[in-house]
Design a binder for this molecule. Structure first.
Ligand SMILES: *Cc1c(COP(=O)(O)O)cnc(C)c1O
Length: 229
């Protein structure tokens, strides 16, 4: 089943790339494995997937211990400051930096461990109240402040679009995130790159790719429905 699901998604990504004249290598598929077992992750890993996304620190730590060391773990969920030190040396990329304060804590803890941590800033483009993330107006200031932290590298932006049956409704949010990333890129801020645009999930990744996503986060489409205990 995993194999067929993956095939289908790869096919969709490839088709979109062809139509858009984009290269397949420009887009990283992050398999969102939250709530899924280590066995399932291993199965997907054996099919060639190396990027996995988790949204809970405890779960990420446990899976990090159990699974191959060359997996790239992506922290995609809200990160509490008191948990930062538990994962900064285990993750490839933190997608969910949603405040300057969180970045300060990441800086402090990565200094102690003498490591550099790659992050994305999470932007609440849709303005939904239930969502974490900086508002569009706050992002440039946050980038300017965080760019001065010597143990953090800003690699781009991330957004979580609203859940919708009709992915076209999210196009404007993806478009806005891309516009914002271009605006930041054009400022040429030292230590800041805008190469990563993490946007698009199972229901809307094709629209996200059309609007310039370089990283898509797909859970259900690969692993099937999640069961929360
Ligand atoms: C769960 C989750 C996803 C994956 O959602 P699906 O609809 O299952 O593809 C992507 N991004 C974030 C931040 C998530 O929490």
């Amino acid at each position: 089943m995993l194999k067929d699901n993956l095939k289908k998604i790869e096919k969709n990504i490839n088709n979109s790339c062809k139509i858009l004249n984009r290269k397949r290598e420009e887009i990283t598929l992050v398999a969102v494995s939250k709530t899924k077992s280590a066995e399932k992750i291993q199965e997907l890993y054996n099919l060639g997937i190396k990027n996995f996304g988790e949204n809970k620190v405890q779960e990420l730590k446990q899976k990090y211990l159990e699974l191959p060391k060359d997996i790239r773990w992506h922290m995609i969920g809200h990160l509490q400051t008191n948990k930062v030190k538990e994962i900064i040396d285990k993750v490839y990329l933190i997608h969910s930096v949603d405040s300057i304060h969180l970045a300060e804590v990441i800086e402090k803890e990565s200094l102690k461990k003498n490591i550099i941590v790659n992050i994305l800033l999470e932007v609440n483009v849709s303005g939904e109240e239930s969502k974490f993330g900086l508002s569009i107006d706050e992002v440039i200031h946050a980038v300017e402040v965080i760019s001065k932290f010597s143990h953090i590298r800003i690699k781009g932006l991330m957004t979580i679009a609203p859940y919708t049956e009709n992915p076209e409704e999210n196009r404007e949010f993806f478009y806005k995130l891309r516009e914002l990333s271009i605006e930041i890129k054009n400022k040429n801020i030292y230590n800041v790159s805008m190469n990563i645009l993490s946007m698009g999930m199972t229901n809307d990744y094709r629209v996200a790719i059309e609007e310039g996503a370089t990283m898509i986060r797909v859970g259900t489409g690969i692993f099937g429905e999640r069961i929360y205990k």
